[in-house]
Design a protein around this ligand. Sequence first.
Ligand code: SF4
Length: 212
Amino acid sequence: MAVGLTEYATGKYGWLKNRKPRPPLNQLILSIFYHVTSVRRATRALNELKRAFVDWNEVRVSHPAEVAGVLSSAPWAMEGAERLVWLLRELYEVHNRTNLDFLAELTPAQARTCLKRLSTVPRDVADEVLLLSLDVPVLPCSAAAARMSHRLGLLPDDRATVKNQRALAKAFEDDAYAPVHLFFCDYADKLCLPEEPLCERCPLGRMCVTRR
Ligand code: SF4
């Protein structure tokens, strides 16, 4: 199963080995949008915001409706904009700045702790920033990723525990963590739903033993 998932993920997103890492705050903002829309639309949203606003401080002092208006009229844009403005305001309150470049000076554990001090940043989102911005070989394990991994037979249960995160990481090559994570962002949250998974749209449906 891990091989099939890796093949699908690398086919869709590439191996992402030579990508230029984004600044940590840009990645964190992207992570906010990953959770409300697809990876493709989230990336476009980040670029639209960078074009429309002078910097993240300008976004911080803007009304969420104004931020959403730059993105889309779809409901995900308003949800993402509200989360983003909240995050930037909290970041400013906690760290008195609107960047996270200082994370690069810290150890991965220190950087994770620092990110988790923000109320909107759970462990899996902090790990997403470590992986995709700071190039730390860690595979994030959200509740949705744990649920999908369990259904695919990759985990013994569906809990997003540190133990399961380690077990999931062992199932994949380090090099594949970035595309595998993007796969979970696109499919675990949006298709592998807790009650009624949308199996007919799942790209791994043919390999899934629990397909409904
Ligand atoms: S086939 Fe259904 S249950 Fe299996 S991983 Fe896909 S969405 Fe989840």
